[in-house]
Design a protein around this ligand. Structure first.
Ligand code: ZN
Length: 484
């Protein structure tokens, strides 16, 4: 379990009182609706500069070019570039950033997907072009992606997630995309691993990109309703197997088609785009080529060049640690709590969270964070909603941002944490360190100031029995004294 960029955690070693920060669910003022006029989209708060976007996007783009098979067909590339340039020129002036450079490449991949990196580099899967019924549909997806870039959603998301990590700079995020997780672009058959910040958008951001995308389409001479049509096509394909990646990075904000069509009704299509002549020729050319590679084929290729069959993006290290001692030792990680852990575990860290782990179980990740394979971590997540299950969900989502293979393994159960009502659930993950399956047990309870105490236990799947017992004993040992 890698924990480098867990958001919303506050310093356990300080008192739990007096925190004013906002938890993950920080709301973003998305859309101001003006009746019968086009919607004004307000770009979310962002602590990065436009120049940061460019830098981060360039770095990520260099990785992408190493990892993904580009089609490299001159006529098809130049066609997509022409469409892209037309759209980029149609971005309303208030969303233009002088530093940004919109570039367009076609990836020879079958799955319907496209993604754009901060500052402008866009990658369009061949499968996306092949699934489009018209140039306007293809342009719809591109306009949507361009809107994420223009609204700087990638770094806005990073801003949200890193609210508490004072001094957190571009380097940290850079690490996450360029470091170990970049490889999982392929393993996932998607861009999920490539910095979830940049590529997996919230529903609010989706609405924004749909609205601005529709406006850009209209300004570029396309019928904005074609974007809604394309999303429908993708959704249909997702019933098969080739669309879900796009959908998982661009979740339907709800009533997507209605919202796009409503916006379209307020827009006037300016001029007219060139028509489908070149589009049809390009589709024909694609049809004559040998089929695009599947994500799986690409992953295999990648695995061969990377050596070994471990999941891409993991280091495949062997880990050898002593089983948990039956003797327990008590620690006081914060001034309001005590916890007892197996005597052969050590206390590590003093920042946002404290880890207790046996020797040999903690690793530095390539991105400069830490990951551990065995042990527990305790921490406090500040200012939640007061609804324990919701806050626990938000915590799990924050873990998922740096652990792209994190999955649910069960529902919630009620447990006792420090003499209080708490919740527990289990997740499965693929260890970034070993590449093997691991189980994560999460327990949470509310503190009196509204923040949430959490304990997570991490164990390789094959040691789940031994460690599961240790985790419940540790959990039962927790004592909380946070009265005012
Ligand atoms: Zn999107």
């Amino acid at each position: 379990m890698s924990l480098e960029q867990t958001a919303g955690m506050s310093d356990l070693l300080r008192t739990t009182r007096g925190r004013t920060a906002i938890f993950l669910s920080a709301s973003i003022v998305a859309l101001t609706v003006a009746t019968s006029a086009q919607t004004k989209v307000v770009a979310p708060k962002n602590s990065y500069s436009a120049a940061d976007d460019v830098k981060l996007g360039q770095q990520a783009s260099a990785e992408v070019r190493k990892e993904l098979p580009l089609l490299n067909d001159e006529s098809i590339d130049s066609y997509v570039e022409d469409v892209g340039r037309r759209l980029a020129a149609a971005i309303p002036p208030e969303y233009q950033h002088q530093e940004f450079r919109y570039t367009f490449d076609v990836v020879n991949q079958k799955e319907i997907n496209a993604f754009a990196l901060p500052g402008g580099p866009m990658y369009l899967n061949r499968g996306m072009i092949e699934a489009s019924q018209s140039e306007a549909e293809m342009a719809g997806v591109m306009a949507h992606e361009i809107s994420h870039v223009a609204l700087r959603h990638g770094t806005a998301q990073a801003t949200k997630a890193q609210k508490f990590q004072i001094g957190a700079v571009a380097g940290q995020i850079l690490g996450a995309i360029v470091g170990g997780t970049a490889g999982s672009v392929i393993a996932q058959g998607s861009q999920f691993g490539l910095g979830a910040y940049f590529l997996k958008y919230s529903r609010e951001y989706e609405s924004q990109a749909d609205i601005l995308g529709a406006q850009i389409l209209a300004r570029a001479g396309y019928d904005p309703r074609q974007m809604a049509n394309m999303f429908k096509t993708i959704e249909k394909e997702a019933g098969g197997s080739s669309g879900p990646e796009w959908l998982s990075s661009h979740p339907n904000p709800g009533n997507r088609y209605e919202a796009i069509n409503r916006e379209a009704a307020t827009l006037r299509v300016q001029g007219s785009a060139p028509g489908d002549g070149r589009f049809t020729a390009v589709k024909q050319e694609l049809g004559g080529m040998s089929p695009a590679l599947t994500a799986e084929q690409i992953a295999k290729r990648q695995g061969q060049s990377g050596g070994g069959d471990r999941p891409v993006g993991t280091s495949g290290r062997a880990v050898n640690v002593e089983p948990p001692s039956s003797q327990y030792r008590t620690y006081q990680p914060g001034d309001f709590m005590r916890i007892s852990v197996p005597a052969n575990w050590q206390q590590l860290g003093s920042g946002s969270t404290v880890t207790y782990a046996p020797q040999g179980a903690v690793f530095q990740t390539q991105s400069g964070g830490s990951a551990f394979t065995h042990g527990v971590e305790v921490g406090v997540a500040s200012n939640g909603t007061g609804d324990l299950q919701r806050d626990t969900e938000a915590l799990i989502q924050s873990f998922a941002q740096t652990n792209p293979r994190l999955r649910r393994a069960g529902g919630y159960s009620r447990v006792n944490v420090g003499g209080r009502n708490g919740l527990a659930t289990t997740l499965s993950n693929v260890s970034e360190v070993t590449g093997a399956n691991e189980l994560i047990s999460v327990s949470t309870t509310q503190l009196r100031d509204g923040s949430m105490l959490f304990m997570i236990g991490v164990t390789p799947e094959q040691d789940a029995n031994t460690y599961g017992q240790a985790f419940s004993r540790v959990r039962q040992s927790i004592q909380i004294a946070d009265q005012r």
